[in-house]
Ligand binder design. Structure first.
Ligand SMILES: Nc1ncnc2c1ncn2[C@@H]1O[C@H](COP(=O)(O)OP(=O)(O)OP(=O)(O)O)[C@@H](O)[C@H]1O
Ligand SMILES: [Mg+2]
Length: 506
């Protein structure tokens, strides 16, 4: 069978940085190829070359698609040939409805007038195809990240797609949504639609791919049949060495109580009779790593937001810091009390994309580097930035690069660096390793352990149960806003946690 796609000897530089060095990949019709590699290895860049975001002439090498040389000036050119990309960071217009997003720039018209009825029906069909049960008129802002991802996919299906590129599509999806998506990709394959799949979740990669291609530092390491590679093989190819343990074991001492939460309740922002957090009680100790497990929507993020003063709806409860009752009405008050949170949705809450990596890191802690009130001590700021970047191993060509240009995982590390500058006593991490590669995950776990050794109390919310069990001293299990169990992690199993989530009462 002739190849659908050939990318031949692709080299792409950003200034002096060689992001891709002579990479070749090929794909047959209806084939699923996964791209694996550490953060910053060049996966997204290779896909941006393929779909014309970096136009012909902006890179070296050749691309052939469906038997023709592909010379694209922009993404419209490749879309018209049947290549659709769904980016790592979603690009829907939040203020617009699902329907408006679906047909943006692609409206169905009749005699020059948009045919609203036709678009509504088509939108409904597409939403059914991705099993997303929302009204086409719903505003995108009201949807969760996972649901937005499904809208993006529905949007791609609306175009005559022959090759679908998914750049980390499941990073923010629930297990159920992920299963829907993987089935969808298999369905598309049955209709001869090919797919390039990028994910750090190697179990998914194994399950879905025909072939797996690994790149490291912009170099092609190898492409093999999925059946010929184990997850360990993929990891070794990705990082260039064998990783023996996924979770570092560094003993840390658990000290006295630092935080106590009693009768915490939070109500839905619009549907105010619904509780998102329902009468939560728990304590946290110095040097303790407290995992919070539960399904997406179980109230974990909302509970954390109440502690950080960032919950948008009404909330109420008794919060004691070092046995003193406190009120935390906003993030400023939380930070003053050394409670710091790394949010889940980094694009919305975490970074200022057009500002430099360095400035993003120091942004929240600027008063620390000022002479008097207003003048920044620039040499000191620079030293701190460099120290932070080294400590968290943020991979960036320069501290002056706009942070929006860093690879997804490296943005996450920079946000963590920013939060650490606030000298937290209580650090709340919401999905801290989302979109982060295995090697960097290990580094982040190590850092969490080191912070605990220094006596910092840490709350880690994570949808990945193995991660919660791998790093926590104690685990809170949440379900439908309630804390269903508070378990010491003494070789806890996933089954025990799941069981606790679903049982009737504590
Ligand atoms: N516009 C840009 N300007 C400068 N450097 C860039 C730009 N885009 C990407 N890079 C650099 O190119 C390298 C590859 O980045 P890329 O986003 O392709 O990584 P990735 O493999 O997708 O990583 P992740 O898994 O974190 O998403 C990184 O070092 C990144 O900082
Ligand atoms: Mg990427």
């Amino acid at each position: 069978m002739a190849n659908l796609l050939e990318m031949h000897n692709i080299t792409k530089k950003f200034g002096d940085v060689v992001a891709l060095n002579n990479i070749s990949i090929s794909l047959e019709m209806g084939e699923i190829l996964s791209l694996c590699g550490e953060n910053g290895s060049g996966k997204s860049t290779l896909m941006k070359v393929l779909c014309g975001i970096y136009p012909h002439g902006d890179f070296q090498g050749e691309i052939t698609f469906a038997g023709e040389k592909l010379v694209a000036k922009n993404i419209k050119d490749t879309e018209s040939k049947g290549i659709s990309i769904i980016h790592q960071e979603l690009t829907l217009v939040k203020q617009m409805s699902v329907l408006e997003n679906m047909f943006l720039g692609n409206e169905i018209t009749q005699f020059g007038i948009t045919n609203d009825n036709e678009m509504y029906l088509r939108c409904q069909t597409l939403l059914e195809q991705v099993q997303l049960n929302v009204d086409p008129h719903t505003k995108v802002a009201e949807l969760g990240l996972g649901q937005q991802q499904l809208v993006e996919i529905a949007k791609a299906l609306n175009k005559q797609v022959r090759l679908l590129i998914l750049d980390e599509p499941t990073a923010s999806l629930t297990e159920k949504e992920t299963a829907i998506l993987l089935n969808l990709i298999k369905d598309l394959k049955a209709h001869n639609i090919a797919c390039i799949y990028i994910s750090h979740k190697l179990n998914e990669v194994k399950a879905i791919s025909d072939k797996i291609c690994v790149i490291r530092d912009g170099e092609h390491i190898g492409t093999h049949l999925a059946t010929d590679l184990s997850e360990d093989n993929i990891i070794t190819m990705m990082v260039g060495r064998e990783i023996t343990s996924l979770y570092p074991v560094e003993p840390h001492e658990i000290g006295e109580e630092i935080l106590r939460v009693e009768n915490l309740n939070a109500w839905h922002t619009t549907n105010t009779h619904i509780k998102r957090v329902d009468n939560a009680h728990f304590a946290l100790h110095k040097g303790e790593i407290l995992g919070v497990a539960g399904l997406v929507g179980s109230g974990r993020t909302e509970m954390a937001q109440c502690l950080f003063g960032s919950y948008l709806g009404k909330y109420q409860g008794d919060i004691y810091l070092e046995n003193q009752k406190v009120e935390i009405k906003n993030c400023t008050q939380a930070i003053e009390r050394h409670i710091v949170m790394v949010p889940e949705d980094r694009k919305k809450h975490g970074i200022v994309p057009i500002m430099s990596v360095g400035k993003n890191i120091t942004l929240a802690a600027l008063p620390q580097f000022c002479f008097g009130k207003k003048v920044i001590n620039e040499p000191l700021e620079e030293t701190i930035i460099n120290q932070s970047i080294a400590k968290l191993k943020v991979k960036t060509a320069s501290v002056d690069l706009a942070i929006g240009r860093l690879s997804g995982g490296n943005q996450q590390k920079a946000i963590l660096a920013k939060c650490l500058l606030l000298n937290p006593k209580i650090l709340i991490l919401d999905e801290p390793t989302r979109g982060i590669d295995v090697g960097a995950k290990y580094e982040i776990y190590k850092l969490i352990n080191q912070l605990a050794q220094q006596g910092i109390a840490i709350i880690v919310i994570s949808s990945e149960l193995p991660e919660v069990l791998g790093i926590s001293d104690r685990v809170l299990v949440m379900h439908q806003g309630k804390i269903k169990a508070d378990l010491i992690n003494d070789n806890l199993t996933q089954e025990q946690v799941m069981e606790a989530a679903l049982k009737e009462t504590l």
